[in-house]
Design a protein around this ligand. Sequence first.
Ligand code: SF4
Length: 340
Amino acid sequence: MSTLRILSGMRPTGKLHLGHYTGALENWVYLQNLLADDGSKVYETCFLIADYHILSTSLDTSEAYRNSMEMLLDWLAAGIDPQKSPVFRQSQVKEHAELFLLFSMLITSARLERNPTLKEQVRDLNMESLTYGHLGYPVLQAADILLYKGNVVPVGEDQIPHVEITREIARKFNFHFPHPTIGDVFPEPEPKITKFSRLVGLDGKAKMSKSLGNTVLLSDTPEEVFSKVRNAVTDTLKLRRNDPGRPEVCTVFSYHKRFTAQEELAMIEADCLSGALGCVDCKKRCAASISAELEPLLEKRRYYEKRMGLVEEILLDGERKAKELASHTMQEVRTAMRLG
Ligand code: SF4
């Protein structure tokens, strides 16, 4: 395989917010469209709606389909092109479950218990005990990636331990089960460290998260964006319009840094520091910058919302392509393992 393949995914939690956009989605679109000097694609990209992964923290799947479609609308609106990148649901490609089962024999529970991300989740979600499936979710992730022979995994620094588990599983499989003709069935995927731009929530205290109610959605209209940004936390010491502010501690300014053009940003910073700019005006300008970036996404989303039949076809087509790749890999796996 000459082109490197990337498999990335998200849990379907419904409509996406700005944090999803700056933290992953815009990078996915960039990688999807990246061309080499000779005009060929640098990466083959596949995007997974990780609906099985919902079950690791909740048994309520009643909204799984609706949430998957809402998320897919946001992916398409942001520029995921189904002609270039198949999009598909994990639950519709049964090979994910099959490979997960086989991989779960290649790693010890002690190794999974040492996973630092798991410890963080247990703490953040106040969990008293883990299900067997939750402990094993890095194994399911390994199956997600290796089923499509992903060679590159775009990650932030904190996700490197997961890629390491995927690499260990690939190595162990290749060592124990060499394929009679191709040798190694799986590549050892390389983490591609990406500087994600993480956005704090409107409350200024944590990252954007739907459960915390501190988000701006990609599908929010300019009026909705303004009404949310209007309530964002600013510099608590700037009490009156003409008080000098501290942009470095202000949530709104952190959004300006990402969404406002450089020249205007410098003016906003200077006027905040001198007290010439009031927070209400500043928030209006911030909301306008965010909405300007979201405008083409909104337009594209409306196009697809009126054509849900087309969106369903896109999903079915992606699932057909994913099944072909997955079935081919599983044939190699069964041959290497002398099963069946
Ligand atoms: S003027 Fe703008 S940057 Fe300064 S504290 Fe107010 S909202 Fe924040």
